[in-house]
Design a protein around this ligand. Sequence first.
Ligand SMILES: NC(=O)c1ccc[n+]([C@@H]2O[C@H](COP(=O)([O-])OP(=O)(O)OC[C@H]3O[C@@H](n4cnc5c(N)ncnc54)[C@H](O)[C@@H]3O)[C@@H](O)[C@H]2O)c1
Length: 261
Amino acid sequence: MRFENKVAVVTGGASGIGAATVKRLAAEGASVMLADLNDGPGQALVDTLPAGKASYRHVDVAVQEEVEGLIEATVAEFGGLDILVNNAGIGSLAETPDLTPEDWHKVIAVDLHSIYYACRVAIPEMRKRGGGAIVNTASISGLFGDYGFSVYNAAKGAVINYTKSMAIDHGKDNIRINAICPGLIKTGLTEEGLLAGPVADHWQAGIPIGRYGTPEEMANVICFLASDEASFMTGSIVVADGGQTAHTGQPNLTKLMQELS
Ligand SMILES: NC(=O)c1ccc[n+]([C@@H]2O[C@H](COP(=O)([O-])OP(=O)(O)OC[C@H]3O[C@@H](n4cnc5c(N)ncnc54)[C@H](O)[C@@H]3O)[C@@H](O)[C@H]2O)c1
């Protein structure tokens, strides 16, 4: 029960990594405000949690007023704010000349601006409680480039450095700010299209552990970073990717030479 008497907000909590995080926070005692655009699954998840300990709110995290309303509503309903998980995110598959300005602005707004909107109003609330923890869902795509992920790479790279910047500013407030960099995780974001058919086999072949990760494996890391167990961690960028970014990208020579011999 690491989160007893704690109040948490999770954006993008209706699905995938966010939903697994909501479940884990609630199971360990937190009151949770789940924010998403996807009302049906969001409300359905809240309905499975103990009455009075969880709420769903329709929020477009790209819209500043809606994010501010989310933090205000959380404080009004649960009495304060201790944990913020900035998790909502979207991707886009296009090289720069084919990327429309609308898509560029949308991905940057959802993946990056949302974190500024939320932290701007959440940090003062956390100060009132004497501290808090913020976990941003970045990506291994914020550490390196991917073919065709131009704007997603830009947004997630910015999330990583913004996490470090806020961490150093708010150490004095006893607010720890960390980011997780998931590798390939089987969620709504990846299931449709990207993980369909042969693409999944090729992709998983590049992961030393030999499989994609699960939302629950990411929730384990997020909840660790949000908990007092991570009390000396701030500005940390925690990779959870089955070893995908541990290698240089060079071919697997032992395998290749066996195949060629
Ligand atoms: N799945 C992966 O392989 C992977 C890898 C690295 C990073 N991530 C990141 O993890 C986070 C969660 O993604 P996921 O894989 O669980 O995907 P998902 O699609 O299952 O969940 C994302 C949730 O965010 C919500 N959302 C999208 N736009 C929103 C908006 N404007 N306002 C409010 N909610 C919005 C969606 O409705 C959805 O419920 C994202 O930030 C994503 O970039 C995912």
